[in-house]
Design a protein around this ligand. Structure first.
Ligand SMILES: *Cc1c(COP(=O)(O)O)cnc(C)c1O
Length: 494
């Protein structure tokens, strides 16, 4: 057969098969990998639950740091060209096994790391429920129960923080989105024309204030908001990791004299490196007298409001126009869960109002798509709702009080071995320095992590390198603290 004849035959064959397809009814549904029949789902669900329970128990007996050979894993991953479908049950086992050895295990009781919690069990249940129903929380009409649950938790939390009764807010993907929300509210409040004209609405460059130890996401936030990273004024600290209120007042005066337009003071309640709380009352008073938006970034420390014994450490938070709290940190929900609390609802609706013909409802102060950064929205608030409902304020209070007590214990045991604590560790974050003559901070951290016995990190506190250890796991026991002390001692004297 010539090439041309062959081509013609193929073409005809194809045409014939298209015709045939058009004239017969659609095939009976195959077993779909994406939407398998219920009995398969049940079987795989059971398998997954068993695998996860096994892995969860296994993690505590393993090194905290990853042990996987990453080069080998990348080669294995390259084998997934997605041409040939694979069996889901095998894939579930494969994924759990790789996770078991392929990440820093934040659910390990000797993970004394950054603010990444072992998630509460109710929060994990919430994720399953949310995944099954997959509600869309953009509008109150489509998911009324879910929207009301979130609003209820937000109001309860805002009241607990001492904000006014009309305070409102919403769940965010984390602290960064919540802090971004604060800046947009501050800019819109300072110049309503900001909504239409952006930074051009201001007679001079808009600027805002946070301490030198504030979270560095503020730089990205200023960038995204269109006022530029140079708008972030990193105010000096007082030698103890807290914003220096006098330096703040000086910076404000200097900026005004130079023609800049201050719009916001963002105090931190629980710095990321050291858990320090800025002078919230003084910062609030300065913001009030200067007519600025007062934001309190309590991403980590805000959890203390759940404890009757410890919430006094956040005195002044009630003066805020807005507050960031991350449930995915000390409140131990699963990852990707923040909160933005606003003292006045109108601030949110003027910053985020919008209208779209296709949206099923348009309730200005209720529909999340009209009061927040996001549009399509996951039911994040269920994680905190179920956790709070199951534990109550008292159960959550016990959780944060326990972390603080264990951090205190760690501090005492290290002090007995001539280590010093550079910060005030009352928010369960310790910045520690090895004894004189011991190995330096970098070597200590490297050795502890490499030992697999515990996980700590390196930080800088008031210009000094420190080992940072934070108690984030609700199941960390005194023995785990003792094991960390041993690991630190061994690393410092090696
Ligand atoms: C973690 C943290 C943030 C950033 O929050 P994400 O949830 O990581 O986006 C902001 N501020 C402080 C004080 C934090 O500790």
């Amino acid at each position: 057969m010539t090439g041309a004849a062959e081509a013609l035959r193929l073409e005809r064959g194809q045409a014939a098969s298209f015709c045939a397809e058009a004239s017969i009814p659609p095939p009976a549904p195959r077993r779909s990998a994406l939407f398998p029949p219920r009995e398969d789902q049940q079987r795989w669900d059971d398998l997954l639950s068993q695998e996860l329970a096994r892995a969860d128990a296994q993690v505590a007996a393993q090194p905290v740091a990853p042990t996987i050979d990453l080069a080998g894993f990348k080669r294995e991953l390259a084998g997934f060209d997605f041409e040939t479908p694979r069996a889901l049950d095998a894939m579930l086992e494969w994924t759990v096994a790789r996770m078991e050895r392929g990440i820093v295990q934040v659910t390990h009781p000797r993970y004394f790391g950054l603010f990444n919690p072992a998630p509460s069990f109710p929060a994990q249940c919430a994720d399953r429920i949310t995944a099954t129903f997959n509600p869309q929380l953009a509008s109150s009409t489509t998911s009324p129960v879910a929207v009301e649950i979130e609003a209820h938790v937000i109001r309860a939390f805002a009241r607990r923080a001492g904000l006014p009764p009309e305070a409102t807010g919403h769940f965010t993907t984390g602290g960064t989105e919540a802090n971004y929300t604060a800046l947009v509210c501050a800019l819109t409040g300072a110049a309503p024309r900001f909504a239409a004209e952006g930074a051009r609405a201001f007679p001079g460059p808009p600027v805002f204030y946070a301490s030198r130890d504030s979270h560095r996401a503020w730089l990205k936030i200023a960038h995204q908001a269109g006022i530029g990273r140079s708008a972030v004024r990193l105010v000096a600290t007082d030698g103890a990791g807290r914003m220096d209120a006098n330096a703040l007042a000086d910076a404000l005066r200097a900026d005004r004299a130079a023609g800049c337009v201050p719009v916001m003071i963002a105090a931190t309640a629980g710095t990321t490196n050291a858990g320090m709380v800025d002078p919230l009352v003084d910062c609030g008073a300065i913001a009030r007298s200067a007519g600025l938006w007062y934001h309190v970034d309590a991403a980590w420390g805000g959890a203390l409001v759940v404890s009757d014994r410890l919430r006094g450490r956040l005195a002044g938070i009630e003066l805020a126009d807005s507050v960031t709290v991350d449930p995915h940190k000390w409140l131990a929900t699963t990852m990707g869960c923040g909160m933005f609390l606003a003292a006045r609802p109108d601030a949110l609706s003027s910053a985020f109002h919008v209208s779209a013909s296709y949206m099923p409802s348009k309730v200005a102060d209720l529909d999340p798509y009209m009061t927040s950064v996001q549009w399509s929205r996951r039911f994040l608030g269920l994680r905190l709702f179920l956790s709070l409902a199951a534990a109550g304020w008292s159960g959550y209070g016990a959780h944060v009080e326990r972390s603080v007590a264990l951090a205190r214990r760690l501090e005492e045991q290290l002090a007995a071995q001539a280590w010093t604590t550079a910060n005030d560790a009352s928010l369960a974050v310790l910045c520690i320095e090895p004894p004189a003559g011991a190995a330096d901070v970098r070597a200590v951290v490297r050795r502890v992590v490499a030992s697999g016995r515990a996980w700590v990190s390196e930080a800088v506190f008031e210009g000094r390198p420190v080992v940072r250890a934070c108690v984030t796991h609700g199941g960390t026991a005194p023995e785990d603290v003792a094991a960390l002390v041993d690991a630190l001692q061994a690393a410092a004297s090696a």
